[in-house]
Design a protein around this ligand. Structure first.
Ligand code: GTP
Ligand code: MG
Length: 201
């Protein structure tokens, strides 16, 4: 797929304030600092479309980007670490879960995992919640430029073995590196496939 246009359509504080649309939507979620915004910039080929930062907690709202006038990318705040008081952290969690459960045009949720880490409790808990809630999702390993191929392989296998304890079928998995532009085509092909299947429905 060629990205002809990528337009920032606004930031929303809650799911009810998100743009009214029937276009398919793809949201990026994961722990704070895992690389959601960087990946979105890499996929769209725009350097500063999504705000990135070395400090966790950069993205604080539900950000809508309209792609090719046909579908949306959504940049979400990270879970797990939010540099905020516990009460505020709870508020962010509610914004995220509300969005995921109630957004009718959410075609697929991309859950980002840091490729350098072994399976993390918070990510596994999130995956379990997605399963229980019937949310279609795919996994994306980020920052693969920061780890050796063999170590990454071990981490990926560890994830697969934990997941296969509870899942009959594993979700689609993508490997990415923002600086190396790795994984871009695979993710765009995947999105294009879903978009076409939705059109023929
Ligand atoms: P929040 O919005 O705070 O939840 O973070 P985020 O998940 O959007 O992460 P962001 O894209 O802001 O990236 C966090 C940091 O990781 C930045 O310093 C990025 O430059 C760096 N980073 C992101 N992706 C990659 C990658 O693939 N490789 C490397 N080497 N660094 C990356
Ligand atoms: Mg971000």
């Amino acid at each position: 797929m060629i990205i002809k246009s990528a337009i920032f359509k606004g930031s929303s504080t809650t799911v009810t304030r998100c743009p009214k649309t029937d276009l398919p939507e793809y949201a990026f979620i994961g722990r704070s600092n895992v690389g959601k915004s960087s990946l979105i910039n890499m996929i769209t080929n725009r350097n500063r479309l999504a705000k990135t930062s070395a400090a966790p907690g950069k993205t604080r709202l539900i950000n809508h980007l309209l792609i090719n006038d046909e579908w949306y990318i959504v940049d979400l705040p990270g879970y797990g670490y939010i540099k905020a008081k516990p009460g505020q952290r709870k508020k962010f969690q509610i914004i995220i879960t509300d969005y995921i459960i109630r957004r009718g045009n959410l075609a697929c949720l991309f859950l980002l995992l840091d490729s350098r880490l072994e399976p993390q409790k918070i990510d596994l808990a999130f995956i379990t919640w997605l399963g229980e809630s019937g949310v279609p999702f795919a996994l994306i390993f980020t920052k693969t430029d920061k780890i050796s191929a063999s170590k990454f392989n071990n981490n990926q296998k560890a994830y697969e073995s934990v997941l296969s304890e509870t899942w009959e079928e594993l979700p689609p998995v993508f490997k990415t590196s923002a600086p190396r532009k790795l994984g871009r085509e695979d993710i765009l092909d995947f999105i294009e496939e879903i978009n076409s299947s939705l059109k023929t429905k």
